[in-house]
Design a protein around this ligand. Structure first.
Ligand SMILES: C[S@@+](CC[C@H](N)C(=O)[O-])C[C@H]1O[C@@H](n2cnc3c(N)ncnc32)[C@H](O)[C@@H]1O
Length: 209
């Protein structure tokens, strides 16, 4: 078991998973509410934690299937316990080695991709798992421009890849995506970085042809 799995197994048991749900919830909800899910769609949350985004997305009528994967077994146990409808399912796996034959309309990830051994390899796998025209929404609070968050790596003591917005965009382009970015700020939050920089959402669209 690697350090990332060990850490998040602990977080699944000590209430930190629910704390993340609260702390990430506002900006993620703001972002996802700005997307119009007009057609029937399938959804994957990579690094789903306790599964709160899967549960939220599965409430949308057009959502036909919502899967959450996480490399922490204990997160997946929590997520399975919290399942609220039949559209939801959860798999204990890392993104890199996941064997899945289908493809998704949307893939989402919040504060997860930078824990991957290689962002590049994980991103290329995500690209493969998308349908042509499909989108990957990647949210991160931990990025170089958001200076107050840089110290997190020292506190966590596990692998966390710190990159600037410019570098993130390059990762996406190199993997074959068309890229857009958006900062979602929480103007009423006490934390200065949440007000000034907020969550960086990188949207990668897999070209249709
Ligand atoms: C900071 S937590 C965020 C959880 C959730 N997205 C949320 O916002 O509450 C990061 C999660 O990503 C998972 N994770 C990290 N690297 C992963 C990988 N390569 N494949 C699958 N899950 C991964 C961790 O186990 C952890 O549960």
């Amino acid at each position: 078991m690697d350090g990332v799995q060990k850490t998040f197994d602990k977080w699944a048991q000590n209430g930190r998973a629910e704390l993340m749900e609260i702390e990430h919830g506002k900006n993620v909800t703001k972002f996802l509410d700005s997307v119009s899910f007009e057609k029937p769609f399938s959804f994957l949350d990579m690094g789903c934690g306790n599964g709160w985004v899967v549960r939220k997305m599965s409430e949308i009528n057009n959502c036909k299937k919502a899967i959450g994967i996480d490399k922490s077994k204990k997160m997946i146990i929590q997520a399975k316990k919290k399942t609220t409808n039949k559209k939801q399912s959860f798999v204990h796996t890392d993104i890199e080695s996941w064997k899945y034959n289908g493809k998704f309309d949307y893939i989402f990830s919040m504060e997860s991709l930078y824990y991957a051994d290689s962002i590049d390899i994980a991103l290329r796998k995500i690209f493969k798992l998308l349908k042509p025209g499909g989108k990957f929404f990647c949210g991160t609070d931990f990025y170089l421009d958001n200076k107050a968050t840089a110290r997190w790596a020292g506190i966590m003591k596990i692998q966390m890849h710190l990159h600037s917005k410019k570098e993130w965009k390059k990762f996406f382009k190199d993997a074959g995506f068309e890229v857009k970015t958006k900062h979602v700020k929480d103007l009423k939050n006490k934390k200065k970085w949440k007000k000034e920089w907020g969550t960086l959402f990188i949207t990668g669209t897999k070209p249709s042809k």
